[in-house]
Design a protein around this ligand. Structure first.
Ligand SMILES: Cc1cc2nc3c(=O)[nH]c(=O)nc-3n(C[C@H](O)[C@H](O)[C@H](O)COP(=O)(O)O)c2cc1C
Ligand code: SF4
Ligand code: SF4
Length: 254
C-alpha cells in the first residue's frame, strides 16, 4: 500500500496534471479517479482531492464521491484539496471542508490554481493554452512545497458566486440532451472511453448520452473528429486539452 493517495477528477487534463505533479513530488502516492466510488483500505499520511471548479463549486461527481468515502480510519491524516479553475475556487473548497468535517475529519489544506478555462459549452477556447499551462505549473510548485511540508491552510470563506452552484449543477446534468454527433464521427468510441462517469454508451457505432452528465466537456474536447457539439454553439469554439496530458492517460485511469 502506498503512503499517500490522491483522488482526482478531470475532463481536459488540468486537474490530472496538478494531481500528477503533486503525486510525483510527494512520492509513494496512488492516483485514483473519482469517477466511481472507492473504498479506502488502510491508513495514509496524506489524502488529497484534486478537481475542477464547476459553477462556483465542486463537480457533482466529486461531491458524491467525497460524501461516500469512509474516512474513519484516516481521520488523523493530512487531508488536502486543490481545485483548478479559470478564475477562482468560489465555494469549491469550503464545500469539501464541510463534508470532510461532517465525517469527523479535517481539511488541513485547501488551495486553488488558475488554469485554462475549458467550458466550451459556454465560450470559445482561448489561444493561450501553452502560457496558461506554464502558469499552472508555476503555481503548482508552491502548492507542492506546502503539501510536502504538511502546511496547515484551511480554505477561506465562500465567494458569493457559490450561491449559483446548486441550481447550476442540477441544470448541467441534463445538458447532454443538447449534444449532437455529426456525420464526421468514425465510431472510434474515444468519447465513451474518456467520459469519467460512464455517461456515454456506444450503439450502432455512435455515442448515446445517458443524461447523468457532469458537463466535464471531455467527450467534446477529445473527439478526434470534433464531431460532438452542444446544439449549434460549439462548432466554431475550438477545442482544448492540457498540452502535457495524453488521451491514453485520460482513458487508462484507475
Ligand atoms: C461545466 C464547467 C463549469 C465551470 N465553471 C467554472 C467556474 O464557475 N469558475 C471558474 O473559474 N472556472 C470554471 N470552469 C473552468 C474549469 O474549472 C477549469 O478550466 C478547470 O481547470 C478544468 O479542469 P480539467 O481540465 O481538469 O477538467 C468550468 C468548466 C466547466 C466545464
Ligand atoms: S470520439 Fe468522436 S469520432 Fe469517436 S465515436 Fe465519439 S463522436 Fe464518434
Ligand atoms: S458525457 Fe461528455 S461532458 Fe458529460 S460527463 Fe461524459 S465526457 Fe463529460
Amino acid at each position: 500500500m502506498a503512503k499517500n493517495i490522491i483522488f482526482y477528477f478531470s475532463g481536459t487534463g488540468n486537474s490530472l496534471k496538478v494531481a500528477k505533479d503533486i503525486a510525483s513530488a510527494i512520492q509513494d502516492c496512488e492516483l485514483i479517479s473519482m469517477g466511481k466510488s472507492h473504498k479506502l483500505s488502510g491508513t495514509y499520511e496524506r489524502i488529497g482531492f484534486v478537481y475542477p471548479i464547476y459553477a462556483g463549486g465542486m463537480p457533482g461527481a466529486v461531491e458524491r464521491f467525497v460524501k461516500a468515502l469512509d474516512l474513519l480510519a484516516n481521520k488523523n491524516s493530512f487531508i488536502f484539496a486543490v481545485c483548478t479553475s479559470g478564475s477562482g475556487s468560489a465555494g469549491g473548497l469550503t464545500n469539501i471542508s464541510k463534508i470532510i468535517g461532517g465525517k469527523g475529519g479535517k481539511l488541513s489544506y485547501g488551495e486553488s490554481i488558475k488554469c485554462f478555462s475549458n467550458y466550451v459549452g459556454l465560450y470559445a477556447m482561448g489561444s493561450d493554452a501553452d502560457n496558461k499551462a506554464k502558469a499552472q505549473s508555476q503555481a503548482t510548485k508552491q502548492v507542492i512545497k506546502d503539501i510536502q511540508s504538511l502546511v496547515v491552510k484551511p480554505p477561506c470563506k465562500n465567494n458569493p458566486i457559490a450561491l449559483l452552484h446548486g441550481p447550476f449543477i442540477k441544470w448541467m446534468a441534463k445538458r447532454d440532451k443538447g449534444f449532437n454527433v455529426s456525420e464526421a464521427c468514425n465510431g472510434c468510441s474515444t468519447c465513451s472511453k474518456v467520459c469519467p462517469v460512464g455517461n456515454i454508451k456506444m450503439q450502432d457505432g455512435k455515442p448515446i448520452f445517458l443524461h447523468n452528465c457532469e458537463q466535464c466537456m471531455a467527450c467534446i474536447q477529445w473527439c478526434p473528429k470534433q464531431s460532438i457539439n452542444l446544439k449549434n454553439k460549439t462548432q466554431n469554439r475550438g477545442r482544448y486539452h492540457h498540452p502535457e496530458i495524453t488521451l491514453a492517460e485520460m482513458i487508462n485511469r484507475k
